[in-house]
Design a protein around this ligand. Structure first.
Ligand code: ADP
Ligand code: MG
Length: 334
């Protein structure tokens, strides 16, 4: 059974950034206004995320890493309306099968924080011979999740990593996406033991300020505000898109659907084709697009190397968005 769990976990979590994405989403779901992220060796040695969200009750800690343990799925009906993606109560369980996981957490009504360690879906003792039960400790409200030695028991996967800096770049890319999208949340991300921050955004920054800090003022200064919606196709879109006088090295599509960072090659292709009519040859756009679509119309395919999202009325929605992009680009003075 453990082998099966380990293989299943290794299929969904292929790189440190995949584990981190789940942890960031959990922290945001917990209502946090501050997220601090640390990584060592591109996240393979250490991934740590500290939030100031609502925390986890001590009584819930024993089952935290059991598969399908979720506080976000209350009735069967919710299965079709849930706004969270990919895993359903499987993220922490999966991580515990392929890494050493430590959780320290404090809810508002608890007088102290509680710390527990997990392995293979269960609480495990910190030291041999000790009890595996959560231990009281000092701490502020919120949750700190520490993932150590990712893939320690999956040597083939571990060997597949070429460079820690490549993995760290993916981590910065992911954190940058959420730091841009989650207005009202402060984000920081750095390598453990270093003082240089890879990303640092205060809680009270506008989206444009966030883009300025995470990307550059050069990009931020060339963005057009974007917004469109359709009752017929059941969606709303907003964001910031680069104008027809500006271009980046390769297309930057920062796409969110229902506040989850996702990939859609269909949207990417259509946007590139639309911009090709405006940009000089070899030019590429920068696009931050946040879509809201009824959750039951969205489907996510998690493949070891690709996480693609599909949704109902995809062609119609993409066409509506591209029409609006054309309209906005056409309005720019050249
Ligand atoms: P899911 O997010 O699909 O519910 P996870 O395995 O990611 O499944 O998390 C399991 C549960 O653990 C969540 O439903 C939530 O109750 C709790 N949890 C995980 N991370 C946090 C966090 N940072 N703050 C508060 N609760 C959390
Ligand atoms: Mg989750």
């Amino acid at each position: 059974q453990d082998v099966v769990n380990k293989i299943a976990a290794g299929e969904i979590i292929v790189a440190p950034v995949h584990a981190l994405k789940e942890l960031v989403e959990n922290a945001v779901d917990a209502g946090s206004t501050s997220l601090e992220i640390l990584a060592k060796d591109g996240g393979l040695k250490l991934l740590q995320i500290t939030d100031n969200g609502h925390g986890i009750h001590k009584d819930d800690m024993a089952l935290l890493c059991e598969r399908f343990t979720t506080s976000k799925l209350k009735t069967f009906d919710d299965l079709t309306s849930i706004g969270t993606y990919g895993f359903r109560g499987e993220a922490l369980a999966s991580i515990s099968h392929i890494a050493h996981l430590t959780v320290t957490t404090k809810t508002q009504d608890s007088s102290c924080a509680w710390k527990a360690q997990y392995g293979d879906g269960k609480l495990v003792p910190t030291k041999p011979g000790q009890s595996a039960e959560p231990k009281p400790t000092a701490g502020r409200q919120g949750t700190q999740i520490t993932v150590e030695d990712l893939f320690y028991n999956v040597p083939t996967r571990r060997r597949a990593f070429r460079s820690a800096s490549e993995e760290y770049a993916k981590i910065l890319d992911l954190v940058g996406r959420y730091a841009m999208h989650c207005s009202n949340v402060a984000f920081s991300c750095k390598k453990a033991g270093e003082s240089t921050l890879g990303i640092s955004v205060p809680a009270n920054a506008t989206t444009l300020d966030r883009i300025r800090q995470i990307h550059s003022s050069a990009v931020a200064n060339e963005l057009i505000e974007f917004q469109t919606e359709s009752d017929r196709w059941g969606f709303k879109a907003e964001g910031h898109i680069s104008n027809a006088n500006y271009s980046v090295k390769r297309t930057m599509l920062l796409l969110f659907i229902n506040h989850r960072s996702v990939e859609s090659s269909a949207i990417k292709k259509a946007i590139e084709q639309t911009y090709a009519q405006f940009l000089p040859k070899g030019g590429h756009p920068f696009i931050y697009l946040s879509l809201e679509i009824e959750p039951h119309r969205v489907d996510v395919n998690v493949h070891p190397t690709k996480r693609e999202v599909n949704f109902l009325y995809e062609d119609e929605i993409i066409e509506t968005i591209c029409d609006e992009v054309r309209a906005r680009l056409g309005k720019v003075d050249t």
